[in-house]
Design a protein around this ligand. Structure first.
Ligand code: NAP
Length: 312
């Protein structure tokens, strides 16, 4: 993992040591998605800080600003803002009950200022365009973020859920620093063309869904009732039994190494050279504690390759 080379490309981060296991906060302050109280969300962030987590990934879309608010509140109370990196994202506009994806440069600029307020900060370490729209030239959207970077308001510019072509367009002027996209042991298509493109240009990569939304934790069995919102996801349907068989093999290795499957999986990402940091999500304090322990798991070259081959 080349954490301090890519994502932390700027000199301002010289004294900063990134904990490569950050915290994904799409379950925080997002009651429509997950029934977690603000109090529990705050506990999770406080515990994460105590454990040395210094990279938080949020977005306007998570609770329509409330995830940012909860994070901002805790960082303020604990006086931790300057000890952590905050990544947030924007591109969603609410119009009545509709949610519209918008990459208009002026709109994105306004969204950045709103995020600053909710996060109670005067700068954002990484600002991602959360999703592409189908009308704005992507270099114009990135251009707006670049101007904010020149003012010191944003430190790194990212895109998320962009195709390779859209990423190339976004990076036309070379302003892109980091990409966040779906990637995990069960979804490795990006390795073919996308990752080589990023690596060639020193653009960082942060995968989302590192635990495949919980499937790669090892807690699912053939009898598990699949949560409603996963029932259209092939990993939980058509590929489910095949995935479980692979995870069964991981369980054996985890037993031998006296760790948990999710720790083995996260440790594998930590050894993967094109991944800059990981941001597993959590729904309770215990998951935060358990996921941080992945740093204690070391994989031999053979073990790394064994897992690699299993999920090829
Ligand atoms: P994930 O990290 O693959 O899975 C997280 C889920 O797995 C948790 O919510 C929890 O769900 C379960 N889990 C985590 N640790 C566990 C443990 N130790 N033991 C048992 N279960 C555990 O998926 P994600 O949270 O959706 O994605 C990670 C982060 O990426 C998000 O929080 C968000 O910041 C970001 N993200 C970005 C985008 C984007 O469009 N850019 C999209 C999705 C996510 P259960 O308890 O319900 O099983």
């Amino acid at each position: 993992m080349e954490s301090e080379g890519m994502i932390l490309s700027s000199n301002i981060y010289n004294d900063f040591h990134l904990n490569p296991i950050g915290m994904g906060t799409n379950a925080v302050g997002n009651p429509s998605n997950n029934p977690i109280s603000d109090e529990e969300s705050q506990h999770m962030i406080v515990k994460a800080l105590e454990l040395g987590v210094n990279f938080f990934d949020t977005a306007y879309f998570y609770g329509f600003g409330h995830s940012e608010e909860v994070l901002g509140e805790v960082l303020k109370k604990t006086n931790a803002r300057h000890k952590v990196l905050i990544a947030t994202k924007g591109a969603h506009r609410r119009e009545g009950t509709d949610i519209i994806v918008d990459n208009d440069p002026k709109f994105l600029e306004e969204e950045v200022y709103k995020s600053l307020k909710r996060l109670q900060t005067d700068y954002i370490d990484i600002y991602y365009i959360h999703f592409p729209d189908d009308k704005t030239p992507k270099y114009e959207s990135v251009g707006a973020l670049h101007r904010l970077r020149e003012k010191g308001i944003i430190r790194e510019i990212g895109v998320s859920n962009f195709t390779l072509e859209q990423t190339e367009e976004a990076n036309k002027d070379g302003h892109l620093d980091v990409v966040q996209d779906e990637y995990n042991l069960l979804s490795r298509e990006k390795e073919e063309k996308f990752i080589p493109y990023l690596r060639k240009r020193d653009i960082g990569f942060i995968p989302y869904y590192p635990l495949a939304s919980g499937l790669l934790t090892g807690k699912y069995t053939k009898d598990t009732e699949i949560p409603e919102k996963r029932r259209k996801n092939p990993n939980f349907t058509t590929k489910y039994l095949e995935n479980l068989r692979k995870i069964e093999t991981l369980k054996q290795l985890a037993r031998e190494k006296e760790c948990q499957v999710y720790q083995l999986v996260l440790a594998w990402y930590l050894e993967t050279d094109f991944i800059d940091a990981i941001i597993p999500g959590a729904k309770n304090v215990n998951q935060i504690i358990e996921n941080q322990k992945a740093k204690e798991v070391t994989l031999t070259r053979n073990e790394f390759e064994e897992i690699n081959a299993l999920f090829r």
